[in-house]
Design a protein around this ligand. Sequence first.
Ligand code: ADP
Ligand code: MG
Length: 457
Amino acid sequence: MSGGDSGYEVFWKEAVHQIGEKISEQEFLMWFRNMDYLNSGDSNILVAVPSSFYKDQVTQRYLPSLESTLFELSGQKLQVTFKVQKTSAQIESETKNEKAKKIDKASSKKKKRPHSQLKQEYNFERFVRGDNNDFAYMASYAIAKNPGKAYNPCMIYGGVGLGKTHLLQAIGNLSYQEFDNLKISYVTAETFTNEFILSIKENTIHRFKNKYRSVDMLLIDDVHFLPGKVETQEELFHTFNALYDANKQMVFTSDRPVSELKKLSDRLRSRFERGLNVDLQPPNYETRIAILKKKVEEKNVEIPDAVIELICQNIKTNVRDLEKALTKLIAYAELVNRTISLEIAERQLKDFFTENDYRNVTIDLIQRTVAEYFALSPNDLKGKRRSKAIAFPRQVAMYIVRNLTEYSTTEVGLEFGGRDHTTVMHACQRIEDRMKTDATLSPTIQYLIRSIKDYRP
Ligand code: ADP
Ligand code: MG
């Protein structure tokens, strides 16, 4: 207390306390925790508040009752004056923030800001190794540590949901942390294609070429999207050569071996085949268990081993489906606020397990089933004719393929007489729209889907 203080602090405190009894705790904390008694004169009390807004608010809300309480307590008319200045609560919270910031800085000293095109979760630590993927893992790791030196280019191939994107981005993430000035670009083949087309349209092709030919590491995901795209392939071929000659690292992924990519120019194919080709196989039971346990740990949930085993016994296809089953269970458990038991898991995932059990559904089977239903031949669906009698069944077949299989629109187009992927997208949209207005269509499609799923050769 400074000199000349009339010592009204006790009255002030008691007045605040009494007001606190009349209002909610929240309200009290909101307005009174942030006030500091400063000093008092003969007939006034000076109180610090953090802002003018605050000053106006407390003046309006509490000044009259504060002054009348003070009057009752001291028997004197005491005037309260609010002064805007830093309060102790403010100073305290600021130092706390500073400390937190410092700790943050210290712990992230080595880490850079995340790369804008890469997901941070896709790193090597989170990738579970097994016989099915170990070679691909080691090759990817070596590439990330020695870009442009060890294996250039590299093609990682394997079915959907087996970790291609994860490994590809893990390479980018690790190299990005390890090397300060490495320019890394990650792009899907689809985006690459779209950017290329746009650059032609907008007359910015030079910028496009520059962008991809000036990187130190080029990561292109899902090159099975490229078949049939002649100009894009041409452009990628030249990009490849420029980067290759400059010893810049390139890594590609594809859902099948290069030799099985149809409609790929020979020279691009030979470029893809030039480097290291590694494959990802579906994980075996032990690896599936290890992967799922890791995901459970990352999500920080309690799941009995029996449930993990149940999922791994039933889902054999790929890691993405394992994750989906887990996510579904967790969502359910959170919704009904219960822990996950084996019974719950069995019940909740029953449909999911059967739903996933149509790996032998092929485009061919779908075409045959749909053709038969509409009294056509499968060749009609694959052919060029556009008569209504054929166009509609063809759209139905495309729609079912997209719903039952993992083929991309590009691939579906190829299987239906070399049609463009936009035609496939359009067909699916047409069917969806039509189902809204035509009540008989949905049951028809459900019937077809059931016969396709139930098909036993
Ligand atoms: P793809 O690109 O081959 O279709 P992704 O890389 O997208 O597959 O993988 C699908 C999901 O499965 C991702 O969430 C990924 O993190 C996860 N995943 C795949 N393989 C593994 C693995 N070996 N360990 C941990 N997670 C994996
Ligand atoms: Mg992928």
